[in-house]
Ligand binder design. Structure first.
Ligand SMILES: [Zn+2]
Length: 411
């Protein structure tokens, strides 16, 4: 199993500058390749890679950083193009869009996936082209082989995301442990079938007032049409980013705490299959739903349960966990969201609505096969075409010419 561990780096000024250059080179190469494709040229991996090499040889500032910055960008481009062409051919699966130009400050990252290009002792990091130890804020907590490291800036700091191939551990004996049903909610983050209620920290709601004020400042300080915005504008944009980061950190901290605890205590966990993207269309609830972030809760439960050998059952989307009485199985016709208590007219049972749902989920029996988990991103294979490399020819990128040019299917 591959797991990523993101760790903050304690970079020096020179190290930060080096990473900035790596990201810049990667972006430049990627954009050159996009421009080449947009000009109507047939895609051929070898020819495009050769183009990258020639480009690097001809551009002195590109040679200041590790050559991996160039080739990783070419690999990213290859993955993007292959996914796009593949989804053009078949009518199934996710629809991919063609690769587009990258912009500075957005999706900046550099990856080192070759084992010769990075070394880490778990506490510090060394990457190709930079003969220095880079200190890390914490050590890698996952045991296994580190396959690659991706470095990206976020909120004025540099982060390294280590992709670790986890070793399979023997599954512990879980027969003594109880099972649980979990009902996700908005008022409380989750209610367990044993009556436990997990508080919802609602981090966005808590920071919303501050965020609104800062965002108002951003719009006030923004000068339309200006070539470069003022320092005061840049400062307040950074302040907005910091608030967003704090919200995200608070949210993920609460979720990690809850999911790690749950997989340790139970042998079987049943959750409901929520149609989150559908529910987000409800404009009265969408902000609160996003703040509770049920999708990432489920995703965390999925991988943590797999690691701990816990059985995770996802109840059918049409399983009426809320409307069914956990005492006698009677189904009520209507149950509005404001109705916090569940009252059964058949057996006179009265209990908390979420608890009732959690108990029903715990009793849920799987009727169909294995649970539906997230589909992994399609891995792209090698391109099997051969062609003679073309002479070096830098492409003129004109950002105003969006969506122009044709894409040729050639795989
Ligand atoms: Zn009943």
């Amino acid at each position: 199993m591959l797991l990523a561990h993101k760790i903050e780096l304690r970079t020096t000024a020179t190290q930060g500058e080096y990473f900035r250059r790596c990201c810049g080179v990667g972006r430049f190469v990627f954009n050159q390749l996009v421009a080449k494709l947009k000009s109507g040229e047939k895609y051929n991996r070898k020819a495009f890679q050769k183009f990258c090499s020639t480009l690097r040889q001809a551009t002195p500032w590109m040679r200041e950083v590790s050559s991996r910055a160039v080739y990783e960008a070419a690999d990213n481009f290859h993955a993007a193009v292959t996914n796009f062409f593949r989804s053009c051919k078949k009518d199934v699966g996710k629809k991919w869009k063609p690769p587009i130009f990258k912009k500075r400050g957005r999706n900046d990252n550099c990856r080192f996936s070759h084992s010769t290009q990075f070394t880490t002792n778990g506490r510090s990091l060394r990457v190709g082209g930079l003969n220095e130890q880079i200190r890390m804020r914490e050590r890698i907590r996952f045991e296994g082989k580190v396959k690659s490291v991706t470095i990206k800036p976020y909120c004025g700091k540099w982060y390294a995301s280590f992709l670790v191939e986890m070793e399979e551990k023997p599954k512990p004996d879980l027969t003594q442990k109880p099972s649980a049903g979990i009902d996700f909610g908005l008022k409380s983050l989750a209610v367990l079938s044993n009556g436990e209620v997990i508080e919802n920290p609602k981090p966005l709601k808590r920071s919303l007032k501050k965020l609104k004020r800062r965002q108002r400042q951003v719009s006030r300080r923004y000068v339309k049409g200006a070539k470069q915005q003022s320092r005061r504008y840049t400062k307040v944009v950074a302040a907005v980013a910091r608030i967003h980061k704090k919200v995200a950190d608070q949210r993920s901290a609460a979720q990690h705490k809850f999911t790690s605890d749950v997989v340790k205590r139970f042998s079987r966990i049943t959750i409901e299959d929520l149609n989150v993207s559908g529910m987000l269309k409800n404009r009265w609830l969408s902000r609160a739903i996003s703040d509770a972030s049920w999708c990432s809760l489920r995703w965390m439960l999925e991988y943590k349960a797999k690691m701990a050998g816990v059985e995770l059952v996802v109840a059918d989307r049409w399983f009426a966990s809320s409307k069914m009485c956990s005492g006698c199985g009677h189904k009520v016709e209507k149950l509005s969201l404001s109705q916090r208590k569940f009252h059964c007219l058949e057996c006179n049972l009265s209990l908390d609505r979420d608890l009732n749902a959690a108990v029903n989920l715990d009793r849920y029996k799987t009727t169909s096969g294995p649970i539906r988990t997230r589909r992994k991103t399609d891995r792209v294979g090698l391109c099997k075409t051969t062609s003679v490399a073309e002479p070096f020819e830098p492409v003129n990128i004109n950002p105003t010419r969006k969506n122009e040019g044709r894409y040729q299917l050639h795989l």
